[in-house]
Ligand binder design. Structure first.
Ligand code: NAD
Length: 446
């Protein structure tokens, strides 16, 4: 991508602003500057680095309303959700920095050996648009706390809010420590192939594969948080109301544009009719509209390509005989109204691929083995949930995912790792183990 990068309001298609796309040939210079900044930064004590970072997050916190409005306008999520995301970053950032510093303290392991965690150098953070600040900061915080510098390649869909956030942080951070470059996959590829030491990527599996291949010649360190196609199993003794509420809310969260959104549901045939009826009732109550509409639940879809993909998945299900009691493939521009698909089968796109839209797709099972098999039949393995009585635990044990929820959603909260299994991830962040992936482990024997 060359020239100006225009950012559009996904609810109207109106341009919101523009930035200069970083010419790929300038990226080497950005990385050189980042390396010089990292040399100074690594000379500080960990506690000093954390203190500087805390001040930077505090500064961003003073502008949280402005950041939240910009996030909403550019990405489309409602103001309550964007405020939550900004708070996650500005309030959670200091805690993340502190936890990382603690995880990276040197440790004696006996026999005169000591583990040390040294900075890697320059970390390329490449982030998606669905949580443009949270996803970027989940990698920025542990990278900086470990004594590295960061070059952020924000999503081409959300350059304004990323640029604004970095600018505010830079009122406090030393020059060159956190820089942003703008552009699309072209700039992303140039950054991956530049002289960075590590690539921390959140985005699609397809881009992840390309990044891994391009990082291979120099064996660059990688942390990759990739896509998902999360299953949910609803057992015969599940609390139907609780399961239906979760199914709808988690399929529609962030307009379904969430990596751990529920994408496919397997429900025991014995309770299926009641479950499906309740899902349709609940889904029908979700309100669709722009970010500033009062009580809105489902915002616009980020762009026409993503909208087209969701419609294609629904149309494919319709063509293959699914029942669609709510929504369907006839949708307005920019939005997808809540859609419920019944009778999902393994050949349908909604079962096989990541839809990333406000769609609940349900299939009935008569044998729990079949449900587990279909839940695991994906090459993805980000999250998986099971709702049911005491036997839900045994089912949970068999689910192939990095994050499992039993009668609740996934993700441990606090400093829990955010981790994908199979092709949903490679490395992870969060928790002491996650934080340590942003540093070079050294064993020093004396
Ligand atoms: P995407 O892969 O299209 O883009 C992500 C970022 O990578 C963007 O900044 C893009 O410009 C850049 N990029 C694209 N191709 C590249 C390449 N070949 N080399 C380097 N950079 C490249 O993803 P998206 O559409 O922005 O985000 C949606 C995807 O992200 C979904 O698959 C979703 O599941 C996933 N996601 C995963 C998590 C997680 O924690 N596992 C969180 C959020 C989103």
């Amino acid at each position: 991508m060359m020239g100006r990068l225009v950012s559009y309001d996904p609810s109207s298609g109106e341009p919101l602003g523009e930035v200069q796309a970083t010419p790929p040939e300038q990226i080497a210079g950005v990385v050189t500057r980042a390396r010089a900044a990292a040399r100074e930064w690594r000379g500080l004590e960990a506690a000093e680095r954390v203190a500087v970072m805390q001040k930077a997050y505090e500064r961003a916190g003073t502008r949280k309303n402005e950041l939240a409005v910009l996030l909403s306008r550019e990405m489309g999520k409602d103001i309550r959700r964007s405020t939550g995301e900004v708070n996650w970053v500005t309030r959670g950032g200091p805690r993340m920095a502190q936890s990382a510093a603690e995880a990276l303290r040197p440790r004696d392991i006996g026999h005169g050996a000591r583990l040390e965690y040294h900075p890697l150098g320059v970390v390329a953070v490449i982030s998606p648009w669905n949580y443009p600040l949270a996803m970027a900061n989940n990698f920025i915080a542990p990278s900086l706390a470990a004594g590295n510098s960061v070059v952020l390649k924000s999503s081409e869909e959300t350059p304004l809010v990323a640029g604004e956030f970095v600018e505010i942080m830079n009122e406090v951070l030393p020059p060159g420590l956190l820089q942003v470059i703008h552009g699309d996959a072209e700039q992303g590829r140039a950054l991956v192939e530049s002289d960075v030491n590590m690539i921390a990527f959140t985005g699609s599996r397809e881009a992840g594969r390309d990044i891994m291949a391009r990082a291979a010649p120099c064996l660059k360190r990688l942390v990759m948080e990739l896509g998902g196609n999360d299953p949910m199993i609803v057992m015969g003794d599940a609390d139907i109301e609780q399961a239906a509420r979760f199914a709808v809310a988690n399929s529609f969260e962030n307009a379904g544009q969430m990596c751990v959104a529920t994408e496919r549901i397997y429900v025991d045939g014995k309770i299926a009719e009641r479950f499906e009826k309740r899902v349709v009732e609940l889904a029908a109550g979700f309100r669709v509209g722009p970010w500033d509409m009062p009580d809105v639940d489902i915002g616009p879809i980020i762009n026409a390509a993503q909208h087209g993909k969701i419609v294609e998945h629904i149309r494919d299900a319709e063509a293959k005989g699914a029942g669609v009691p709510l929504g369907g493939s006839r949708q307005p521009e920019r939005y997808i109204h809540p859609t419920v698909i019944l009778g999902m089968t393994p050949d349908m796109l909604v079962e096989r691929e990541e839809t990333f839209g406000p769609v609940v797709a349900i299939s009935r099972y008569s044998d729990i083995r079949e449900a587990i098999e279909r839940a695991n039949s994906s090459t993805y393995g980000l999250g998986a949930v099971v709702f049911g009585g005491p036997e839900a635990e045994a089912v949970a044990d068999e689910l192939e995912a990095g994050m499992i929820g039993v009668n609740q959603g996934v993700g441990g909260g606090g400093d829990a790792p955010w981790v994908g299994a199979k092709q949903s991830g490679f490395g992870f962040h969060g928790s002491p183990e996650g934080n340590r992936q942003f540093a070079q482990l050294r064993v020093v024997s004396r």
